[in-house]
Design a protein. Structure first.
Length: 262
């Protein structure tokens, strides 16, 4: 039986999602916990890999259950074997045609940026930080130029393994909530470091170093060297994949998020 899981995690203590030699990743922790319940090795596939220090409010993974267990065992049982900072929120049987990654028709990210002269203390590791005042209107004007199907080479990491730099960006928005700037992005798929590179560029515009239409120039030039440096992973949250309704999966991407922003 194929089982889909919804997870949330704080990426600060992990070396990213994908399993690595020496462990220390979310996938390593999850597969060890699943094996403890199944009594044998279990392999997982996720909707979107996250880098070290990046968080998730709704990561979706699937696995082939080698033994029959109550659904509660794949939630509460697995959680008893997971380290702090990661938890399974739901488990659901899915058809063999479902794939956590390839069945997704979109993905969503949010970046939280603390904008004040002092570095974060309480929010350390959970937000990005910029010390100079930022112009919200300028960043919103720049965001308005980003949606659409573009070649995002200017915002692509050098080691990105995507076959094409062309992606359909459906949403690029920024708002302010108290001392936080909240950036939201949704796309068909994202390039490696694409969101962090977009945020870095928007911050340059927000501080007045570049005009809003700089993003249009960068899209046209397709040169990563011309854009802003990659921003910190600390404020980046994977809000989850977007699936067609017929899969019937929960969408818990934002059920707790707004409480953080009040």
């Amino acid at each position: 039986m194929r089982i889909a899981l919804g997870l949330e995690y704080c990426g600060s203590a992990f070396r990213g999602w994908q399993s690595q030699a020496g462990g220390g990743t979310v996938q390593d922790a999850l597969e060890a916990a699943l094996a403890a319940i199944a009594g044998q090795k279990v392999s997982t596939h996720c909707a979107g890999r996250t880098d070290a220090g990046v968080h998730a409010t709704q990561q979706v993974a699937h696995f082939e259950a080698p033994v029959e267990r109550p659904l509660g065992a794949w939630i509460r049982g697995v959680n008893t074997h997971l380290p702090e900072g990661v938890a399974v929120r739901w488990a659901q049987p899915v058809s063999d045609e479902f794939h956590a990654r390839f069945s997704a028709c979109g993905r969503r990210y949010r970046y939280l940026l603390l904008n004040r002269p002092q570095r974060p203390g309480l929010w350390q590791g959970r937000v990005g930080w910029f010390h100079l005042p930022l112009d919200l209107a300028a960043m919103q004007a720049a965001c308005a130029l980003l949606p659409g199907e573009h070649d995002f080479s200017a915002f692509r990491a050098a080691g990105c393994q995507a076959k094409s730099p062309v992606k359909l960006l459906r949403e690029a928005a920024v708002r302010r909530s108290g001392g936080l700037f909240v950036f939201d992005f949704e796309a068909s798929a994202f390039l490696h470091h694409m969101v962090r590179n977009l945020v870095g560029t928007l911050v340059q515009i927000g501080k007045g170093a570049q005009p809003p239409d700089w993003v249009a120039t960068l899209l046209q030039m397709k040169d990563r060297r011309l854009a802003a440096p990659t921003f910190s992973p600390a404020g980046l949250y994977f809000r989850g994949p977007v699936y067609e309704p017929h899969w019937g999966l929960p969408d818990a991407a934002d059920d707790d998020f707004e409480v953080w922003l009040k």
